[in-house]
Design a protein around this ligand. Sequence first.
Ligand SMILES: Cc1cc2nc3c(=O)[nH]c(=O)nc-3n(C[C@H](O)[C@H](O)[C@H](O)COP(=O)(O)OP(=O)(O)OC[C@H]3O[C@@H](n4cnc5c(N)ncnc54)[C@H](O)[C@@H]3O)c2cc1C
Length: 430
Amino acid sequence: MTKSIVVLGGGAGGLELVVKLAKKFKREAETNVVLVDKNASHIWKPLLHEVATGSLDSHHDETSYRMLARKYKFKFVLGQVTQVDTELSQLHVAAETDELGEELVEERLIPYHQLVLCPGSRSNDFGTTGVAEFCIKLDSREQAERFHKQYIKQLHKVSSSKDDTGQLSVVIVGGGATGVELAADLHNVAGRLSDYGFGSFSQARLNVSVIEAGPMLLPRLPERIGISVERELNSIGVNVLTSTRIERAASDALFTSEGQRIEADVSVWAAGVRAPGFLAESGFPVDNLGRVKVNPDLTVEGYENIYGAGDCCCCPMPDGDTVPPRAQSAHQMASTVAHNIVARYKGKSAKNFVYKDFGSLISLSKFSTVGNLMGNLMRGTVFVEGWVARMVYLSLYRMHQNAVHGPFSTLLLIVGDRIYKATRADLKLH
Ligand SMILES: Cc1cc2nc3c(=O)[nH]c(=O)nc-3n(C[C@H](O)[C@H](O)[C@H](O)COP(=O)(O)OP(=O)(O)OC[C@H]3O[C@@H](n4cnc5c(N)ncnc54)[C@H](O)[C@@H]3O)c2cc1C
């Protein structure tokens, strides 16, 4: 009987995993590797802030799942998983309708023998009033494009107005990596807009605020990085408000717990993450952020044929903290899960996941890149910034491409990117 290994979610972790598994099982006729994703194409999530600002055209950088399925011989199912039925070992994939509500594809049931949960995470609005209606989150390509459209609309309005002193205010709630990288890239783009016909608009008319509830930016990273990033953001004109909690969002402003009103033409919510609700609804053991609790070998607690990888899982570390929601965590977990699934097929023992923190880098667009690198080579932690930090930051995406496409295709992609940039507009302003 044919057995199915199903990977739910083709993101930073899931896509690397499915490629690894497809390569391992390509000669095993009785084993199917299946990827289920709600989107038809993959875009690496750490690039979403660039899609939002227009520095990156998402259509240029996307990878079609069907193209990869053809290349590596796995099966791809397009659709949103709404429930995991662990009794019958099957996934419920929602029916799909067109814009007029007519059903295109009916609900499907996807059976599995082994399942890997990799649906990532979403922004956590902590139930704050008005956020769902008035703030944009940068969890997906659609949301990044929604921000982009709203931003360009406001830009057009402000720059076409007779009042050539009018300001465009963007308020970003959350001083983590997403918030600070978005703020810096907005300023970078604003500085180049006059070349693209927004003659009267300049960086001085862009009013970007980053609001953080904690006492400093980048609360999960070493203090030195937070201080350096705050200094850099202040120097380019970003308004940083720390120890400030947002209590309510409205269509044109955000309100702090101290009663302060902060005007916003566009509001972004990027404060913390939580796992998708269907995991808890399916009966999996979850923590207070809805993340699936996993054993040291990354099997979900209570299920020996279901694994978790990436942002969706709560994986304890020896220091009592949990593995942070980062691309490098998803990458490392994908490797361990691939190893353990293959080991199980060969009757060998599984290995436990050990998170290795290689450091964190924050890209402040063209202005700076700062962070720390860790590892045996570094003999501890080394604080880096400037060109070296930028090169390491860029290499993270190339490593992901290498894991998915292989070295030769990655080389072609690098050359292709150079040609694309030299022949097309380097900003997307529509
Ligand atoms: C703007 C931004 C910048 C970031 N920058 C960095 C950075 O610089 N460095 C870093 O380490 N990390 C960064 N991160 C975090 C990093 O992107 C995540 O930690 C990482 O992508 C998690 O990988 P994952 O595989 O768990 O989930 P994801 O990459 O989020 O992939 C989840 C996949 O599951 C699919 N999916 C979700 N739900 C369903 C469903 N119900 N049915 C079917 N498919 C589903 C999604 O379509 C997606 O393809 C950033 C995140 C954002 C938003």
